[in-house]
Design a protein around this ligand. Sequence first.
Ligand SMILES: Nc1ncnc2c1ncn2[C@@H]1O[C@H](COP(=O)(O)OP(=O)(O)O)[C@@H](O)[C@H]1O
Ligand SMILES: [Mg+2]
Length: 368
Amino acid sequence: MEITDSNQSMIVCGESGSGKTESAKHLMRYFAYNSKKKDNNAGSGGDDTKESVAPPKPHKSGGDDDEDEGFQVEEQSIEKQVLAANPILEAFGNAKTILNNNSSRFGKFTKLVFDEEHPPGGTPHDSSQQHDPDAPPRKKIINPKFICGSFIETYLLEKSRVCKQEPGERNYHVFYHLCSDGGLDKATRDKYYLEAPDKYAYLIGGKTYTVDGINDPKLMKGLSKSMTSLKIDAEQQDQVFRIVSGVLHLGNIRFKPLSADSVAVEKECEVTVNQCATLFGVDEKALTARLTTRNITVSKQVITKPLSKADAEQNRDAMAKALYNGLFLWIVYKINRELFPVEARKDDLKVRVCGSSSSSSSSRGRSF
Ligand SMILES: Nc1ncnc2c1ncn2[C@@H]1O[C@H](COP(=O)(O)OP(=O)(O)O)[C@@H](O)[C@H]1O
Ligand SMILES: [Mg+2]
């Protein structure tokens, strides 16, 4: 990148379990380590705290890495924030499969953006400049040294896993983090009405609740820290975990047929509907109606039709998958908002509009 003055790409490919995710994390740690090291050597521009990004180190699986434990709020360097995105994405987008205990169930393209100056105070960008048309144009980057941001694009999260898993596999890690004994304090678990994972229809498919090398309680604590580091505040985290818990409870709602093509929620599941409504912050009656009927628009008139048992189950699962997928995309959006510098966003726009695969030579960012 420094020699050719052009963007560089690295493609990590291989079959499932071959080490792509781990290699990509090592690469990111390497860049983050070098970025901080240059900062220290240069002695200018960066924050003057003693914090540093740990050098890349031999692989240790889930829950034992610093990176997986998350990062302290005080340690807000951009490098640490970039690395903090990994445990969040893994919690929501990775799961145990037959081939890999920590398999990424979505496609990912990570762009690292470099600058020759360290962002002031270690923060990635100044959002007050976001819409400033009078801001001076950025100079060309001659000697890119420091990570000033990153952008993550994700593709096609495997939604079917939210409702069903093959034997020996698990749902997404975050469900087990939340349910784990010692992950959340008791009051918070109670607030989300959480029980052990084997109590949930959406978690019992694979009959596997714990995984060697994945410390669910520890990862739960780390997840919260990493989210805080990426400015997903306590209230937003609460909303996120309400939705994750609500999805779990949704899966436990069963239906009894009233006729060949109409259903009601089973009596003993009414409390679960109530819990879901509380967690999602919606009206219980409206949720029941959404679970047992559908609206059809005919000639601009909305007609409510009952659902058969099979349709109601399918509808419930579709709701769970859409909620989880929407939540995943929102989390990626939040991470990108925090980590992607404004100027580089403009460049990215240029790339998209031109349909080109690389940004112009006058662009500020250098990506990997
Ligand atoms: N560099 C490494 N050192 C030790 N074990 C590794 C290394 N890379 C991968 N592994 C092991 O292989 C597993 C699968 O790696 P992963 O990167 O998740 O595969 P992929 O992303 O290609 O599906 C990891 O969970 C880990 O146990
Ligand atoms: Mg992977």
